[in-house]
Design a binder for this molecule. Structure first.
Ligand code: Q9C
Ligand code: ZN
Length: 347
């Protein structure tokens, strides 16, 4: 049986031209082609069926995961982005150079609560989450896929895949960053929570600081994450092993650069044991493929075949499971990774 996959074409209108790295422009690695490759890989292996659900995500579900003021700010910024960017360029006497599909790149990151200036709300904490005219719509549709994936589990499906883009796990209650705007995995967890306890397993290369933030004080949600040691990789400030949640409901497993398959699979088994002991009714997997050995922005050493082992190990926990797409930037290989992973999931 192929996996039910929730897909939206609206992601493509979020397409920032580049990101910054120490004064240089580098490609925006979180690009639309990622979704095309993931879809094509599953399609050609006949591992998935695709459906584009109507936009029916409830506003109050969004507001369970995010500060409504952040949601309002984000939606308005996306709607007004041309004028906002033009205003900033007019300060530089360059207003007439602004044209086309412009993106607002945040460049001032004050400490919380010290600069709540009208029109400058500072919900974006780094420069890797630019906002364009299509960003709100893309992020809303991305969250809607996670919502519909959760509904599929509630309706009895054993597994479903939300092919989300943009990703979500770096977005917290009132912050956006790291290519993320709305936290798709946390939104799915809240959609599943009325039925009983929920576990989240985050296997993106980067720590899910946003998901941890949102779920920190939820006693019926366990957040577990395998990720690059924050001493040496993004997001740096968060993801350490001593962060355990308000109810001992967070498990962080930081791993060194160069982590190979054997070490990774051992760490995965430890996280899965913790999930089993929690006895949840459902599992949400934040699925990143940036643990791949040739990922351009990451430093683990997993090979394509490892994703089959990872998928199999997660399936063996035996829980209704929603897979939510997060990162993965070796774009031309993403289809191979997704096919390997879901062949392990489907057995
Ligand atoms: N020098 C996800 O994989 N890199 N996000 C910042 C700063 C941000 C990755 C580098 C990487 C974010 C969903
Ligand atoms: Zn990542």
């Amino acid at each position: 049986m192929p996996i039910r996959t929730f897909y939206s074409p609206n992601h493509a209108a979020h397409n920032p031209p580049f990101e910054f790295l120490h004064g240089r422009n580098v490609p925006f690695f979180e690009m639309p082609r990622r979704v095309d490759m993931l879809r094509a890989g599953l399609d050609s292996a006949a591992l998935a069926t695709f459906e584009s659900p109507p936009l029916t995500i409830p506003r109050d579900l969004l507001a369970q995961a995010h500060d409504p003021a952040m949601l309002a700010y984000f939606e308005q910024l996306s709607a007004d982005v041309f004028d906002k960017v033009r205003t900033d360029f007019s300060i530089y006497h360059m207003a007439d150079t602004v044209s086309g599909d412009v993106y607002y790149y945040e460049s001032v990151f004050p400490k919380r609560g010290r600069a709540d200036t009208p029109g400058r709300k500072f919900y974006i904490y780094d420069s890797t989450s630019p906002v364009g005219a299509g960003t709100w719509d893309a992020a809303l549709h991305s969250a809607n896929l996670a919502y519909h994936g959760a509904q599929a589990l509630l309706n009895g499906e054993r597994a479903a895949y939300a092919l989300c883009r943009p990703p979500g796990h770096h977005a917290g209650r009132d912050f956006m960053g790291g290519y993320c705007y709305l936290n798709n995995a946390a939104i799915a967890a809240y959609a599943l929570l009325p039925r009983g306890a929920v576990a989240v397993l985050d296997i993106d290369y980067h720590h899910g600081n946003g998901t941890q933030d949102i779920l920190w004080d939820e006693p019926n949600v366990l957040f577990t994450s395998l990720h690059a040691d924050p001493n040496v990789d993004y997001p740096y400030y968060c993801g350490y092993a001593d962060e355990r949640g308000a109810h001992n409901n967070t498990l962080n497993v930081p791993l060194p650069h160069g982590t190979n398959s054997a070490a990774y699979l051992t760490a995965l088994e430890a996280a899965l044991a913790r999930i089993r002991a929690f006895e949840p009714t459902a599992l949400v997997v934040s699925l990143g493929f940036d643990t791949f050995k040739d990922d351009p922005i990451a430093s683990f050493k997993l090979d394509v075949a490892d994703y089959t082992r990872i998928g199999r190990a997660i399936t063996q926990v035996g829980l209704p499971t929603l897979y939510v797409q997060e990162g993965g930037y070796a774009v031309e290989r993403l289809g191979d990774m997704a096919a390997a992973f879901f062949s392990g999931v489907l057995g």
